[in-house]
Design a protein around this ligand. Sequence first.
Ligand SMILES: [Zn+2]
Length: 124
Amino acid sequence: MPTAQRDPDRISQQAVQQLIENSKVGFFRVNEREPVSDDDPPVFVIQAKLPDRWEVVAGSSKREASLRLVEAIYDGTECPNCGRASAVETEYVDGTPMALFAHLCWMYYSTDTDSFTRTCGGPI
Ligand SMILES: [Zn+2]
């Protein structure tokens, strides 16, 4: 059985940005921290104001920080189509993610549409 390929860099920033825009984010800011020394890793911080709370996430790239924001926004929310808890797959998976499929509605990146889709086929 072939192993699923996982690669977060294959998820387009445009697809991630679309999920963020769909979430009713108001204020949104991305800051790149200036490195103090050559050994410092890059750090991107995102501040986002949702209707009911703030989310602040960080990552070593804008994409990584954006994917963490998407997880913070959507993980555990109820799917409007199937009623299961939503879970965001933050890596590109060559095939549909199946872990806990009976209990979770996975939101995963599809290269066919260059966007995220749900395993139940419902709207994002
Ligand atoms: Zn669903």
